[in-house]
Design a protein around this ligand. Structure first.
Ligand code: NAD
Length: 365
């Protein structure tokens, strides 16, 4: 057996043992196990300030492991979260996670351009993968990630936290129930003023793009989940006021997307200023929307009939519990790799439209 085949074989058997341990094959095992064990890859801002604290609130997901390139973080995280030494990995020892039966899910929280490699390595180790948005730098990378996860028979989820948040879920329901009639238009935008000019978010290889990849994607995703449709064509234009800072990535983009039913979406994203963080959806009998819409908290909603109010929840705890339940019950996640791929297809069409100054069709998944 070649080392690659051996690794695949080990990966498959580990996937099966994980599957068995979380109840794929035995209803009594499913009753016994109600928690899925997570390891975080990349201990930067999001892992430190949102995901690890959220994992202290989850019912079905537990933080047991870390993968980090910074040795001094190992002790800090071990002391704070009780991570056992055998569940701590570096990027070099990451593949050894294949032998660790106490880790069920790997959550990739690295710069976008690293998602593909760490997803595929994690999938080949037989672990379920939860990957931050944007799923990858290109649609082809998304396809490769989906294929690796399918080949290893493990689940792949993408971190679209808003799809687990009550205001957003209510708005989806308003759209589906046609409470305000058939949707005719959506305006959506998300942006912020980015600081440090040396960060990875401004480097093409690590970020895949600028504001569009980082936060414009929330507007695309919202238009898709509000309509339940995939955009067929886009028009887009970019403005760049600081060509030095944004030499490698986009600064501000405005774009339109046409949905098959005829809904027109008017969207924007920017790294140049703060304030845009909303969507409004207009039907032929009224309208509804959220502003702010996409932050971790403080979401506020209004419609032509009433205000939209729900208690604050931890989006990250919600999304991880939902993914854990999919593993425990062997059901499909509503944010699979295909969901990440579809956003990348829209983003690629938007970039094509900017380059060609023409309306561009969105490729199909
Ligand atoms: P960050 O810069 O704070 O952390 C990145 C981590 O990756 C750090 O621990 C860093 O050490 C590590 N890393 C490894 N190799 C690196 C390299 N070559 N260059 C730079 N860093 C490297 O970033 P973040 O804000 O935690 O974002 C991580 C991911 O999470 C991104 O994909 C981002 O889009 C996503 N994110 C999602 C949300 C959300 O609301 N879902 C919010 C913020 C970030």
């Amino acid at each position: 057996m070649t080392s690659l085949n051996r690794r695949r074989f080990i990966g498959t058997t580990t996937a099966l043992s994980v599957a068995a341990s979380v109840g794929f094959h035995s209803s009594s095992a499913a009753e016994e196990k109600s928690t899925v064990n997570f390891a975080l890859v990349g201990l930067g801002s999001l892992s430190t300030n949102q995901i690890a604290p959220a994992l202290q609130k989850t019912k079905h997901a537990k933080l047991v492991g870390i993968v980090t390139g910074t040795p001094k973080k190992e002790k800090i995280w071990a002391d704070k979260y009780g991570i056992q030494p055998q569940n701590i990995y570096s990027y070099d020892t990451y593949d050894k996670i294949v032998d660790n039966e106490s880790i069920d899910v790997i959550y990739i929280v690295l710069p976008n351009g690293m998602h593909k490699e760490y997803t595929i390595r994690g999938a080949n180790a037989g672990k379920h993968i939860f990957c931050e948005k944007p799923m990858a730098n290109s649609s082809q990378d998304c396809r490769d990630m989906i294929a690796a996860c399918n080949e290893n028979k493990i689940k792949l989820g993408v971190g679209y936290r808003c799809q687990f948040e009550p205001h957003h879920l209510h708005c989806i329901e308003l759209a589906r129930s046609k409470k305000f009639g058939s949707l005719k238009a959506i305006e959506a935008g998300f942006g912020f003023k980015i600081g440090n000019p040396n960060q990875w978010r401004l480097k093409a290889d690590l970020a895949g793009g600028g504001a569009m990849m980082d936060v414009g994607i929330y507007a695309i995703n919202a238009c898709r989940y509000l309509t339940g449709e995939e955009p067929i064509a886009v028009t887009a234009q970019e403005t760049k006021t600081d060509p030095k800072k944004f030499a490698e990535v986009d600064e501000t983009i405005t774009w339109t997307m046409t949905m098959p039913s005829g809904v027109n979406c008017y969207c924007s994203t920017s790294y140049a200023f703060n304030g845009i963080n909303r969507f409004n959806a207009y039907g032929d009998k009224g309208w509804f929307g959220l502003d702010p819409a996409f932050g971790y908290g403080g979401i506020k909603g209004r419609s032509s009939a009433e205000s939209i109010e729900f208690d604050a929840t931890d989006h990250f705890a919600n999304e991880m519990d939902a993914f854990a339940k999919c593993i425990l019950n062997n059901t499909e996640t509503k944010v699979p790799g295909e969901e990440g791929l579809k956003d990348l297809l829209a983003i690629e069409a938007i970039y094509r439209s900017i380059q060609t100054n023409k309306k561009c069709e969105v490729a199909t998944a």
